[in-house]
Design a protein around this ligand. Structure first.
Ligand SMILES: Cc1cc2nc3c(=O)[nH]c(=O)nc-3n(C[C@H](O)[C@H](O)[C@H](O)COP(=O)(O)O)c2cc1C
Length: 146
């Protein structure tokens, strides 16, 4: 079974809800899903997965500290071992959303392969946003299975 890792950080629950919707979409598409916060996730999680979703709230137009902590800790232990691994970014924000660019910029440094545009959500994900996030999870599951 292909493995999808969802790593996120969330202060007030919006990004957590987004991460859970991605996880549900990936599970529904047949993947085995690991859902962790940035502070829980370990470099090994990134090495072991077949595709990864990286999510954060927008914090001053950058990703939140929890996701940055994970990426900082994971960089050297995974260097050269995650090139072309499929990934997608997701962000909840208060009207900005530039944090998506910071995630995509670091993903490039890891040489991960972007499989879909970042999903940007204003506030708490509901309605169409949940549908979009579930679809992103399904896309990650499909990419993980290749
Ligand atoms: C310290 C801090 C800085 C923020 N900076 C931005 C920002 O620059 N742009 C923006 O659109 N939203 C900003 N926000 C709003 C959050 O990104 C938004 O409310 C998000 O959905 C919160 O996600 P969470 O519930 O997962 O913590 C900021 C929130 C906090 C707490």
């Amino acid at each position: 079974m292909s493995k999808v890792l969802v790593v996120y950080c969330s202060l007030s629950g919006n990004t957590k809800a987004a991460a859970e919707a991605i996880a549900a979409g990936a599970k529904g598409a047949g993947a085995q899903v690991t859902l962790k916060t940035g502070t829980e996730a370990q470099p090994q999680d990134l090495l072991e997965c077949d595709a990864v979703a990286l999510g954060s709230y927008d914090a001053f137009s950058y990703m939140g500290g929890g996701l940055k902590d994970f990426l900082d800790r994971a960089f050297y232990p995974t260097q050269g071992q995650v090139a072309d691994k499929p990934y997608a970014a997701f962000v909840t924000h208060g009207g900005g959303g530039k944090a998506g660019q910071s995630i995509e910029s670091l993903a490039k440094t890891f040489k991960l392969k972007k499989i879909a545009p970042a999903v940007l959500i204003t506030g708490k994900p509901e309605g169409q946003a949940i549908t979009d996030l579930k679809e992103l999870g399904a896309k990650l599951a499909a990419a993980a299975a290749k």
